[in-house]
Design a protein around this ligand. Structure first.
Ligand SMILES: [Zn+2]
Length: 291
């Protein structure tokens, strides 16, 4: 994306311009607090969050009790998912330099380091400290402000990250600049056009602003990548291995905690420490190559 065709976003607090095409979507609410661009169909939260507010969302509580029940306890499940993504990714890149945006505790970097020179960043300083203590190359800070070498990386990864960003288009644009020609960007994010998302409507489990700000479809993520010089070479809907405890936590407690729900959860929790693989065909796994 060049500077000239970058849409002006939120020139005034009253307008909510689409980051992909610039159309004012402020009167096009599809669910309370969620807008759908009338021109390109991009779905996004009607939220104005400052960088400081966003950073505050991802303090320790996010990984322990807010969004995740216990991120570290979930490591085996998270790595099971990352291993599956890596198996596919290795068909498109066999080595070199890899950068992960939003590396959290480095569970992906740990596995990727077997194939690539792996490094990453995360806005959670505590998570990065933990990753570094295990010998991983994790930098605390916002990807947009890190000085990184252009055309240096073979892979840039964004796992379940772009939906959290205030300006995902700018992150993808910078990620594209970091890639060597022929390098690949890989990402997972929810698919707002999936059957589950459409049938659940505003109750779709991935609709939870302010941590999820963007809801892409194959069409809108393809448009964003295309504007950044990236061409989709792999697309699939993927499932996730998760601890049954975490699943129940998401269904019962996350964003809707009551004393009764918490009590039910705490009662059945000890019976649920096993993994379950579930594919609802509402999570996209996309690999795009730099043209
Ligand atoms: Zn649009």
């Amino acid at each position: 994306m060049t500077q000239q065709n970058t849409p002006t976003v939120n020139a005034s607090p009253q307008t909510r311009n689409c980051i992909l095409c610039g159309t004012d979507a402020s009167h096009h609410e599809c669910y309370p607090g969620i807008l759908r661009c009338p021109s390109c169909t991009l779905v996004f939260a009607d939220a104005h969050l400052s960088a400081a507010e966003l950073e505050h969302l991802y303090q320790r509580g996010y990984f322990f009790g807010d969004e995740y029940l216990d991120y570290q306890e979930d490591k085996p499940y998270l790595q099971r998912n990352f291993s599956a993504r890596l198996k596919t990714l290795r068909r498109f890149s066999s080595g070199g330099n890899l950068f992960e945006i939003g590396c959290a505790y480095g569970y992906f970097l740990e596995l990727a380091a077997k194939t690539w020179q792996a490094e990453g960043c995360d806005i959670s300083a505590g998570a990065c400290r933990d990753a570094r203590s295990r010998g991983l190359n994790a930098t605390a800070g916002d990807f947009m402000s890190l000085p990184l070498s252009r055309a240096w990386y073979d892979v840039v990864a964004l796992w379940d990250t772009i939906e959290h960003l205030a300006r995902p288009d700018l992150y993808v644009e910078k990620a594209s600049q970091l890639l060597k020609p022929g390098g690949v960007l890989c990402a997972t994010t929810g698919d707002v056009d999936s059957l589950v998302a459409r049938s659940r409507g505003q109750r779709w489990r991935l609709i939870h602003p302010p941590t999820h700000l963007f809801y892409f479809s194959r069409k809108t993520i393809g448009k964003m990548f295309d504007q950044c010089g990236l061409e989709i070479v792999h697309f699939q809907h993927v499932g996730y291995s998760r601890s049954v405890q975490q699943m129940l936590y998401s269904l019962l407690v996350l964003n809707r905690e009551t004393k009764i729900r918490k009590a039910i959860y705490n009662t059945v929790k000890p019976l649920l420490s096993f993994p379950l693989y579930l594919n609802l065909y509402d999570i996209m796994f996309v690999i795009a190559r730099k043209k």
